[in-house]
Design a protein around this ligand. Structure first.
Ligand code: ADP
Ligand code: ASP
Ligand code: MG
Length: 439
């Protein structure tokens, strides 16, 4: 059985939902994981922000406007009034619940319930549409089988056992529809797998059922060799191995959520990235196979901060790095790139929530300098250290860019540069020209 995940843009309008229904209706049994219709989760975040700030008026206007949008979607999606009514009743229930949560004390608990509603609406609308088209589908509530553990990590054993149970309870169907992104946590509260987390759900579900393949359907024909939002003339990469895909996702290739690779890799299930608007395009296949000696793609991650600590008391004695890293750990801040010299260490982070506290703690061990407005540019491919020459090619492409840090050797799959945000476009264009021969 295959698992197919359709992102927000793939189900963003009634017409798109109809396209998806046609695309999946091929007589093969499958699980379909859906995101919220595009824009909905952003609007739900906005509503929650207003409610945290007790701006009830703005929240209520935003809730009304969002509900109104769904009125149009429902009118356009169905052929029959019976289905329109069935869907509208569910949607009205959802919006009534959001309004009732807006009345009292508003905490993270209520916020997470609100954020879950986009996927609850889209899957219900879609499932009703499939029934209207005479397709034998059932809706499997993700909240009944996706759960995180005490470390807020997905509980794979629970997911496996309960997905099987929920499927058995709902009886045989051709198409099983479920929600991406949403889950329950260890306290049985509604929670989520972080923004963009529907990809993660698809991979977890794929691993749980030992799927033949996980397909991530989106608005572009696979993972491109460079960020299509930043540079022109990018092209789809046909094959990646799991580690290359994980590096690219982690370092900014938005097409794939960074957490999505691991469950599929562990279960050795290939992941295919496909385009809903161009279903026959081959897309990108992610598997265990490596194309030897090939540089595959470049990704960029914005809003990066570099922190340098120059040891005041000692050269880099043993125990120094541990002390430094423990400070980051105590503030739940992960470090992306590390470079060391004899007396100093530079590190990059993207989470600056506790930067002031971190800097103040680091000052115990030396002089601290902070550089903001940076980005990491990550070049990915088979860069095993006995392949010679790739470092020279990559560094040559960066010859006119001021570089704050370079990292290679952490894995055999990437070389990463920390540069100023203002040099991002120039760097990506130059890498496109020099590594992929695209002007
Ligand atoms: P979905 O809503 O389907 O989850 P996303 O917006 O999360 O879609 O991901 C698809 C987008 O990722 C593309 O529209 C593209 O702009 C962006 N993207 C960033 N880097 C890459 C890349 N290297 N290859 C393909 N798409 C990328
Ligand atoms: N709807 C969620 C979001 O917008 C999850 C997803 O689309 O993957 O982040
Ligand atoms: Mg996405």
């Amino acid at each position: 059985m295959k698992v197919l995940k359709f992102g927000g843009t793939s189900v963003g309008y009634a017409s798109r939902m109809k396209d998806v229904a046609r695309l999946i209706n091929d007589g093969q049994e499958k699980i379909v994981v859906l995101s919220a219709m595009s824009g909905t989760t952003n609007t739900l975040v906005e509503i929650a922000d207003y409610l945290h700030k007790r701006n009830i008026h703005a929240a209520s206007e935003t809730i009304n406007a969002l509900q109104q949008k769904y009125r149009t979607h429902v009118d356009e999606l169905y052929d029959t009034d019976a289905c329109r009514e069935q869907a509208w009743e569910i949607i009205t229930g959802v919006f009534d619940q959001i309004r009732s949560l807006a009345k009292d004390m508003f905490t993270l608990y209520e916020e997470k319930i609100i954020l879950a509603q986009g996927e609850i609406i889209s899957t219900n609308m879609f499932n009703i549409y499939l029934h209207e088209q005479g397709i034998n589908s059932v809706l499997l509530p993700a909240l009944d089988f996706v759960r995180t553990d005490k470390d807020a990590e997905p509980d794979m054993d629970y997911i496996k056992e309960n997905l099987r149970r929920v499927m058995a309870e709902h009886g045989k169907a051709d198409i099983y529809v479920t929600q991406g992104y949403i889950c329950r946590n260890i306290y049985n509260e509604i929670d989520n797998l972080q923004r963009g987390g529907s990809d993660y759900t698809a991979s977890l579900v794929g691993a749980a059922i030992g799927a033949e393949e996980v397909q991530i359907w989106t608005d572009i024909d696979g993972l491109h060799n460079n960020d299509p939002r930043v540079v022109e003339h990018t092209f789809p990469v046909r094959r990646l191995n799991f580690d290359e895909a994980a590096e690219l996702a982690y370092f900014g290739a938005k097409i794939l959520h960074p957490t999505c690779v691991q469950p599929a890799k562990s279960a050795n299930i290939p992941v295919r990235l496909l385009n809903t608007m161009e279903p026959d395009a081959p897309g990108t296949l992610i598997s265990n196979d490596t194309e030897r000696g090939k540089i595959k793609a470049v990704a960029v991650k914005d809003d990066i901060t570099a922190i340098k600590i120059k040891s005041s008391r000692m050269l880099l004695a043993y125990g120094f790095l541990r002390k430094i890293f423990e400070i980051f750990e105590s503030y739940h801040t992960s470090i992306d790139v590390v470079c060391t010299s004899e007396v100093s260490v530079s590190m990059s982070v993207d989470n600056t929530k506790n930067l002031d506290e971190i800097v103040s703690d680091l000052k115990k061990y030396g002089n601290v300098e902070v550089d903001t407005n940076l980005c990491t540019v990550c070049v990915v491919g088979d860069m095993n250290y006995d392949n010679v020459g790739f470092e020279a090619r990559i560094v040559d492409a960066m010859r006119n860019i001021p570089v704050r840090m370079i990292s290679y050797g952490g894995s055999r799959y990437n070389m990463t540069f920390l540069i100023k945000a203002e040099d991002k476009v120039r760097a990506l264009q130059s890498l496109n020209e020099k590594l992929f021969n695209i002007a």
